[in-house]
Design a binder for this molecule. Structure first.
Ligand code: GRF
Length: 224
């Protein structure tokens, strides 16, 4: 299905977005600033024609595609087009970044171990929406974000990396969202790099991290 990419070549990554695409921007910037990033963002695909991130990506000279879910009678037909767009762009890895569509098992299986997602909580806590309000309501003193491999179950799948931020008294869902998104912008490029380089791998549902990697170095945590 994908490309026979040469060993050592940078992986071709397609980013799926639905909105502003700030995580997508952080991935693009990191790939361009780091010659050892191990990946290039070759396509940005949105299910919403009005996603602001599309404009930014196009200005950066990145191929953009709209696969408008509303134009399809069924989820399967929408996903066939999405898959086609990814294959046409010769994508090897998919990075979901604020992509607000639930995917069928069939689509997820097609991209098994080749599709990552970012979620704004420390999974497995607070799957789904409104994560920051729920973290506050639960009285959490710490929250954060998670990068995981996509599996059919929503917001599940092997966890590749997490970043934590402190919850301060007085935080609101909005202030927490601001802190967590800053952590997301650091974590996603770092974890995608390690995954693209094969330095973090999935072995079934278990994650293996290269012994060369300083695991403390990829832990992101609040200042004490
Ligand atoms: C992020 O908080 C991400 O974790 C969640 O949706 C938000 C997307 O933000 N899945 P952006 O579009 O990347 O700015």
């Amino acid at each position: 299905m994908t490309t026979g990419s040469k060993p050592g070549a940078r992986k071709r990554v397609g980013v799926l977005i639905s909105g502003r695409g700030s995580n997508m921007q952080s991935l693009v910037r990191a790939s361009r600033e780091d010659e050892n990033a191990g990946y290039d963002i070759v396509a940005v695909i949105s299910n919403r024609p009005d996603a602001a991130g599309l404009i930014w990506a196009a200005e950066q000279g990145i191929a953009t595609v709209v696969v408008d879910h509303k134009a399809y009678p069924a989820r399967e037909a929408f996903e066939d087009s999405l898959h086609e767009a990814l294959v046409t762009a010769d994508v090897e890895l998919v990075a979901c970044a604020g992509f607000m569509r639930i995917m069928t098992d069939t689509f997820v299986t097609r991209w098994h171990d080749r599709m990552l997602n970012i979620h704004p909580s420390l999974l497995p806590m607070f799957k789904g929406l409104d994560t920051h309000a729920r973290a506050l309501a639960a009285g959490m003193r710490i929250t954060g974000c998670t990068i995981h491999i996509v599996r059919p179950e929503l917001d599940a799948g092997p966890i590749l990396g997490q970043a934590a931020v402190a919850v301060d008294t007085g935080d609101t869902p909005d202030t927490l969202a601001e802190k967590v998104i800053r952590a997301e912008h650091v974590l996603y490029p770092e974890i995608l790099k390690l995954y693209a380089l094969g330095q973090i791998r999935a072995d079934g549902d278990k994650i293996t991290i290269d012994s060369k990697i300083n695991q403390q170095g990829i832990l992101f945590s609040p200042s004490i």
